[in-house]
Design a protein around this ligand. Structure first.
Ligand code: NAI
Ligand code: MG
Length: 333
């Protein structure tokens, strides 16, 4: 058994997390669940957005599943996600993007994964005012940072049997920084002869993703491009509401839905657990439980195809709980 930190979060978080844990228990996922709080609920009950007890738990379990959290506006609170990314050095942001039945989308047959470097690039926060009228941000790219993200992406491609890697960059303009990223990623690629690598300049990548997304299996890219491409790809398959995500480091991994806490529908048994359940599927794959991951994904797809089962946001007649019932029914015993 592995210990797993469960962070229900705010708004619809506790409702969808309860259903996801129900599915995990149904397939006998090898977890011992440790529930901890983060977000507004933690601020109100424990006085902190991200309490030390929650951090201690993740330090110990090294594995967490997280519901959406509300970051209060004002009060100078630091984003929970940014804090966790820094604390646990979660260098890989992984977002699988796949078209699902019952979900209105721009393109069908999309099944790709974006692997975004999560610690460097223009997001490292190295900024200064040169004088009153001039500001600059430093784009920092290192061999170490590029190598570990490329290795993560190629290992993922290999593990999941995805034969095509696209390295997305702008090395034609930023010859040194993006040039280094591209060179190091290509060098890592040489060690994976069964995977074909192409490099794609980021603006062309946007066009290709919108017109022919089926040509991509795994995309590895820098922080800024990855941020933008991740949302673009989510848009291709029906929006942020249905896609999962993971933040992964050398020693810790945190899986979460990409959507927010949806206060407008919280407590009404309306929320769609699809994104969080897919995050749980990613987590099962991460710990090597591929058969359980596949079984859940298959049952989820079958339930989504049924208008009586799927939730209202997808034009269905189901609720959070009845949709989960439908998934569990399709999982069998
Ligand atoms: P949101 O994603 O919570 O909601 C946007 C719209 O999508 C709402 O109409 C909502 O009802 C709907 N929606 C979202 N998830 C859904 C689900 N699973 N099933 C059915 N409908 C769903 O975004 P919003 O309103 O901008 O943010 C609300 C709060 O969430 C804010 O406090 C924000 O800070 C937080 N947030 C947290 C994130 C996280 O923890 N990773 C990510 C994004 C926002
Ligand atoms: Mg973003």
């Amino acid at each position: 058994m592995m210990k797993l930190t469960v962070i229900p979060g705010d708004g619809i978080g506790p409702e969808i997390m309860a259903q996801v844990v129900r599915v995990l228990k149904h397939v006998h996922a090898p977890f011992e669940y440790e529930e901890h709080q983060a977000g507004e609920v933690a601020l109100n009950s424990l006085g902190e957005l991200l309490p030390q007890t929650t951090i201690d738990s993740i330090n110990k379990t090294k594995l967490a599943i997280k519901g959406p959290t509300t970051t209060p506006v004002g009060g100078g609170h630091k984003s929970i996600n940014v804090t966790m990314r820094q604390k646990f050095d979660l260098y890989a942001n992984v977002r699988p993007v796949r078209s699902l039945p019952g979900v209105q989308c721009v393109c069908s047959d999309v099944d790709l994964t974006i692997v975004r470097e999560n610690t460097e690039d223009l997001y490292a926060g190295i900024e200064r005012m040169v004088d009153e009228d001039t500001a600059e941000s430093i784009k920092r790219i290192t061999r170490k940072g590029s190598e570990r993200i490329a290795r993560y992406a190629y290992d993922l491609a290999q593990k999941t049997g995805k034969p095509r890697m696209a390295i997305v960059h702008k090395a034609n303009i930023m010859k040194l920084s993006d040039g280094l990223f591209l060179k190091v990623a290509q060098e890592v690629g040489w060690q994976y002869p069964e995977i074909t690598t192409k490099d794609v300049i980021v603006d062309n990548a946007c066009m290709q993703l919108v017109t022919k997304p089926q040509q991509f299996d795994v995309i590895v890219t820098e922080n800024l491009y990855g941020d933008i491409l991740s949302d673009l790809c989510a848009g291709l398959v029906g929006g942020l509401g249905v896609v999962p995500g993971a933040n992964i480091g050398a020693n810790h991994a945190i899986f979460e839905a990409v959507h927010g806490s949806a206060p407008d529908i919280a407590g009404q048994n309306k929320a769609n657990p699809t994104a969080l359940l897919q995050s749980a599927v990613m987590m099962l794959q991460h710990v090597g439980e591929n058969a359980k991951a596949d079984a859940i994904m298959k049952a989820l797809i079958a339930a989504l195809s049924d208008v009586n089962a799927r939730t209202g946001d997808l034009g269905g007649k189901g609720t959070t709980v009845s949709f989960t019932d439908a998934i569990i029914q399709r999982l069998g015993h």
